[in-house]
Design a protein around this ligand. Sequence first.
Ligand code: IPM
Ligand code: MG
Length: 360
Amino acid sequence: MNKTITVIKGDGIGPEIVSQAMRVLDAVAELYGHAFTYQEISAGGNAIDQYGVPLPEESLQKCLDCDSVLLGAVGGPKWDGVEPARRPEKALLAIRKAMGLYANLRPAKLFSQLSDASPLKPSIVAEGIDFLVVRELIGGIYFGARRTETVDGKTVANDEMTYGEDEIRRIAHVAFQTAQKRRRSVISVDKANVLDTSRLWRRVMEEVASEYPDVMLSHMLVDNCAMQIVKKPSQFDVIVTENMFGDILSDEASMITGSIGMIPSSSLGEGTRGLYEPIHGSAPDIAGKNLANPIGTILSAAMMLKYSFDMEKESAAIEAAVEAALNDGLRTPDCMSEGMSLLGCKEMGDAIIEHLKNQK
Ligand code: IPM
Ligand code: MG
């Protein structure tokens, strides 16, 4: 197969981790007889530096005109002073919105090799951590009206949170269909004791659930969910939640698996074209030092192969190669523990590629 991938290396550690994922994709192409063509675009802080805007029109066009997008990370303290409308993060939000990517899937799966790196007690970890956060990605407070004004001589800021029933319904279907391929349990997370948007969310979830009698639906308040994730993570299979709750809970979920550096994500809309990115940020403190963990990005590339390109076996081969590298005791600094071998970002890429070749 021939696929065109738009690549956004982005800021901070973005270029290093994406380079490793591209090398892995190249190895897959060679081993399995595919061709991946990359079109690299500028977005985020580096685009602000170069073009004065976080997402030049041409960059956005290339996201719309490709088979899928692979992204590293955008942002960093260098651009903290930039006016809100031009912040690096705006690029990411604009791409998600323009591509219509309403469903963001973030797996929180503990690699057994990394049990020691989890901050949770071994007895909790032993029960297993394998769930998926389905985050609504282009609605809610992230995309509501925003204003800062002066009222009676005082500054007042406003961020509006809005959800329509259709927006909730489509993400509900994604959650239930995903659960059908897993352990058939959906926990919908909201703040229905306070928010109207959450009360609507709950009603629509119930309604859609009736179309999936084989899936169990329950509801959990977001504050309780934050607690349950560290108390008994084994109770979760699929969590479905709105944009901001999903942002927060998915960081928490990733941390208990040992390292946020390991977690990939996919964002999809109606078609097969998606955006794939690790869930971590640009980590400017370690950028350019060959210290970053490329696995989250490499596993994001694996998700791209599976969900957008229908390349199941190639995707599974990447996952197996990652597992094999971990089995060899290879670790980047973020998940290093006693007795393991410390590697740099590039060397971790090398090791994973080596395993890919050996599997063939
Ligand atoms: C994420 C990030 C983004 C978000 C930021 C960079 C805008 O935290 O993908 O989770 O909040 O969605
Ligand atoms: Mg986040």
